[in-house]
Design a protein around this ligand. Structure first.
Ligand code: PBG
Ligand code: ZN
Length: 324
């Protein structure tokens, strides 16, 4: 007769070898995608103060960082551009000589093992800072779709393997897929920001891209944080439109949404650990209030445990190094 309790939860936790063997969730650097901010020029590396360790970089420096990322096993890199000029339509967003197309080409040569992701949105390229064309103070959905498609095709032409529309216009997967196919880019995948909340966690990012957003916000197109059922509708619709990957953003505060998404579709689920999530961990670690490396890994583990297959994270290189 065995003494109570016969099952002891602690048995498989007694040594690091046991804990390692019975871990239910594992992080792999191949899951990480490093977002980078590309500016014109050469030799430019300007620190982004609210995102320690991240810089606005010219193409040559991006290529160096990409090689470092590849060397430690990071899976991918995602490009955001800060253009020379902005206008009402975001024309510089599809300039083949713009920062993102040039960075795509440079990284294809310097770090060919990294999967190249290109963010598709107009807000870095419009003088008003909105994610689409603005008419009477409102972001015009349907008129924006053709412009997003132009940007997506420009990035595909430059060697993007995944385009990732972050604008939250309705119908963009259909529009972008059609335009990619007509431009002979059948094999370029779409990772749609299916579920992107109107989040205050994006604050540091707006510094990073020198956002010109002065008036208004993105609440007419990004999702309302209290809504979970609506996320199901968005995800199912985007998959029906042909999305190859669906993204949830932000990640940490929306792990319930990541889990729900994982449970209702079988395409890969990506999650974006956004600038504010990164900045909070960095700030607390800098104050000595938390162990930065451990919290970094724990935050990423939580996102994978929730169901993400891939994570866009500013920790990509540091986390890959920590896993080595
Ligand atoms: C804009 C865009 C944003 C982010 C990625 N693309 C900000 C926003 O919607 O205002 C945020 C990423 C981050 O905070 O790291 N399309
Ligand atoms: Zn945008």
């Amino acid at each position: 007769m065995t003494a109570f309790p016969s099952r002891r939860g602690r048995r498989l936790r007694m040594s690091s070898a046991l804990r390692r063997q019975f871990a239910e969730t594992r992080l792999d650097a191949a899951q990480f995608v490093l977002p980078v901010f590309v500016v014109p020029g050469t030799g430019v590396s300007r620190p982004i103060s609210s995102m320690p360790g991240n810089n606005q970089m010219s193409v040559d420096i991006v290529a160096e960082v990409a090689r470092r990322a590849q060397d430690v096993g990071v899976g991918g890199i995602m490009f955001f551009g800060i253009p020379e000029t902005k206008d009402a339509e975001g024309t510089s967003g599809w300039d083949p000589n713009g920062p993102v197309p040039r960075a795509l080409e440079a990284v294809a040569a310097a770090a060919p093992e990294l999967v190249r992701w290109a963010d598709v949105c107009l807000c870095e390229y419009t003088d008003h800072g909105h994610c689409g064309i603005v008419v009477d103070g409102i972001v015009e959905n349907d008129a924006t779709l053709g412009l997003l498609s132009k940007a997506a095709v420009a990035y595909a032409n430059a060697g993007a393997q995944v385009v990732t529309p972050s604008d939250m216009m309705d119908g963009r997967v259909t529009a972008i897929r059609g335009n990619l196919d007509r431009a002979d880019h059948q094999n370029v995948a779409i990772c749609v920001h299916a579920v992107k909340y109107a989040s205050s966690y994006y604050g540091p990012f707006r510094d990073a891209v020198d956002s010109s957003l002065q008036s208004g916000d993105r609440r007419s197109h990004q999702m309302n944080p209290p809504n979970r059922r609506e996320a199901r509708v968005e995800v199912l619709e985007d998959v029906a439109e042909g999305a190859d990957i669906v993204m949830v953003k932000p990640a940490g505060p929306y792990q319930d949404i990541i889990r729900q998404t994982r449970d209702i579709v079988d395409v890969p689920v990506a999650a974006y650990q956004v600038s504010g999530e990164f900045a909070m961990i960095k700030a607390a670690a800098a104050n000595g209030w938390i162990d930065g490396e451990q919290v970094m890994l724990e935050s990423l583990t939580g996102i994978v445990r929730a169901g993400a297959d891939v994570i866009a994270t500013y920790f990509a290189i540091d986390a890959a190094e920590a896993l080595q």
